[in-house]
Design a binder for this molecule. Structure first.
Ligand SMILES: Cc1cc2nc3c(=O)[nH]c(=O)nc-3n(C[C@H](O)[C@H](O)[C@H](O)COP(=O)(O)OP(=O)(O)OC[C@H]3O[C@@H](n4cnc5c(N)ncnc54)[C@H](O)[C@@H]3O)c2cc1C
Ligand SMILES: NC(=O)c1ccc[n+]([C@@H]2O[C@H](COP(=O)([O-])OP(=O)(O)OC[C@H]3O[C@@H](n4cnc5c(N)ncnc54)[C@H](O)[C@@H]3O)[C@@H](O)[C@H]2O)c1
Length: 482
């Protein structure tokens, strides 16, 4: 068997793997990516893009219906077939030809198949036809293999053949009723989607909705789900299975640890993610804390702890399971791999070009629920737990002129979390219609550690929802008057 040699081998051509390879090639290295399924990864075909494409029509309709004048025009129902068609245009009908073409223009080679590490800087790829390709890296191997849905070991659950996020985002019909296990981001967005599509949704969320966010975020989503006929049950699941034939087809059930039993046509498991590191050949490397099936511990340059040549970038290192944070890591990793290979200086201090800092210091996220949620940085509780002196300021977004014109009877809340020792923002959370794009301003303030006194000079345009920044500042006090 011949061995092909590259400077860098990347396992996994998701958004992260693509970007690691791209940066390394732009830095002067040769690179190959190995992909077992579709070039573009989970995000393009079964996660970010199809889910947001599906969620947008109901959000657009709700926005039109919230304004007298357009409400009278928005009298029809969602066209479900058109929604699925639009989603499928985003996933290119699960065909990755356009991404394969992009790899070629970026001068990145592609080997299709499942890769595993078989020695130091050595990878073997087994193609769908069983053919094995051996690759050798002169400098580095980057593992960007992402995650798959974690299915908890609940008796009967796997046998019930439940949906995961893959089935929920690639569906072509709407189940009459749906049990959503998990009240995290996937559970909240998919409950929002399927309840908008007319499914009778029951969310089983043992820690409530969106427990990682400010409490008012999950409360708003729960209230909106309940208002449209869904229910949210705070309980764990003790068993699951198939329940026989219902009126509209076979049904499934879950038994809850509060003694209740819920039946529905389908079950969606949204209980978190598991790393795709099974069978990667990691056990043989003998690195502490690095094993097949586990998350991969990395340093600030995304290099696997204890290794000189192995990197783990994106979801698989468990630092921030978001596409934009993974791509941020990928830019640092691709650049540092090139810099180390070429003997160039390495900038690995916090906020340096080769360090991933924002993926724990300032993570922005938008949850596309009804209402949407946009947040950056820690919650007030998380900031306190991290030892900061904190002041949280809440403001009713409905009192801002821009919100009042955006939607009649606008309801929303925004909180800023201020470090009162340094007078800088640590985090912010916006909940309400139209807040999706508001998080970047807060991210810049957090990352830039912009002094609060200077923020008085960042004047929000009138009348926009961003005027909430002024309301926060007024509450906190003028320079010299605090
Ligand atoms: C339903 C859902 C919605 C989401 N929505 C958003 C969102 O709106 N915004 C956001 O920022 N994030 C979102 N996320 C998270 C986002 O999808 C991930 O953070 C992102 O996909 C991680 O990228 P990655 O490249 O690390 O991994 P992945 O996208 O998982 O890509 C990994 C790739 O590696 C391949 N692979 C795995 N093992 C091997 C192997 N041994 N050999 C070869 N190839 C292999 C896989 O086939 C895959 O193509 C969502 C997640 C879910 C589940
Ligand atoms: N809009 C976005 O940016 C977006 C959208 C979807 C997903 N994502 C990312 O993808 C990642 C995965 O999302 P997720 O929702 O799968 O995971 P998650 O960790 O956000 O939520 C999983 C939830 O399931 C619950 N859970 C776990 N085990 C359970 C059990 N046995 N029974 C009942 N509940 C159980 C957990 O308490 C948790 O609340 C997240 O990190 C998220 O940031 C982002």
């Amino acid at each position: 068997m011949s061995t092909r040699e590259y400077d860098l081998i990347v396992l996994g051509a998701g958004p992260v793997g693509e970007n690691v390879a791209d940066r390394a090639v732009q830095g002067g290295l040769s690179a190959v990516v190995v992909e077992a399924e579709l070039v573009g990864g989970e995000c393009s075909y079964w996660a970010c893009m199809p889910s947001k494409a599906l969620l947008r029509p109901a959000a657009a309709l709700a926005e039109a219906r919230a304004v007298a004048g357009s409400a009278q025009a928005a009298t029809g129902d969602l066209d479900v077939a058109a929604m699925f068609k639009r989603r499928t245009s985003f996933t290119h009908d699960w065909d990755d030809k356009s991404q394969e073409d992009w790899l070629a223009t970026a001068k990145i080679d592609l080997v299709r198949g499942t890769g595993r590490i078989v020695g130091e800087r050595l990878v073997e790829v087994t193609g769908a036809d069983g053919e094995v390709t051996r690759l050798s890296a002169r400098h580095a191997v980057a593992l960007c293999t992402g995650t798959s849905a974690f299915v908890p070991p609940v008796p009967g659950l796997s046998d019930a053949d439940p949906w995961t996020s893959r089935e929920a985002t690639s569906a072509t019909s709407v189940p009459e009723s749906l049990i959503v296990l998990g009240g995290g981001v996937v559970g909240a967005e998919m409950a929002t989607l399927y309840s908008a599509l007319g499914s009778r949704v029951t969310v089983v969320a043992r820690s409530g909705m969106l427990p990682q966010l400010e409490p008012f975020a999950g409360q708003a989503v729960e209230a909106s789900l309940t208002a449209r006929g869904a229910s949210v049950v705070r309980a764990g699941v003790s068993a699951a299975g198939r329940a026989g034939a219902g009126e509209t087809g076979p049904t499934k059930f879950v038994e809850l640890d509060n003694g209740e039993r819920v039946e529905a046509q389908e079950i969606l498991v949204a209980t978190g993610r598991a790393p795709r590191t099974e069978g990667l050949g990691l056990d043989a490397l003998g690195l502490e804390g690095v094993r097949d099936g586990g998350w991969l511990p990395v340093d600030e340059t995304l290099r696997v702890v204890g290794s000189e040549w192995l990197y783990a970038v994106g979801d698989v290192n468990h630092r921030a399971l978001l596409t934009h944070q993974g791509k941020y890591q990928a830019r640092a990793a691709g650049d540092v791999i090139a810099a180390r290979a070429l003997g160039q200086p390495v900038f690995d201090d916090a906020w340096g070009a080769h360090a991933a800092t924002a993926d724990h210091a300032a993570v922005p996220a938008t949850v596309f629920t009804d209402p949407p949620i946009a947040s950056v940085g820690p919650t007030a509780k998380q900031a306190e737990a991290a030892g900061h002196q904190v002041r949280a300021i809440d403001y009713n977004l409905g009192w801002v002129a821009g919100a009042a014109t955006f939607a009649d009877g606008y309801q929303g809340t925004a909180r800023v979390v201020i470090d009162t020792e340094r007078d800088v923002l640590l985090g912010a959370t916006f909940v309400g219609p139209g807040v999706e794009e508001m998080v970047q301003a807060a991210t810049i303030a957090v990352v830039g550690e912009v002094p609060i006194d200077r923020l008085w000079h960042a004047v929000p345009a009138y009348p926009t929802i961003s005027e909430v920044w002024l309301r926060w500042l007024e509450e906190y006090g003028r320079p010299g008057a605090r």
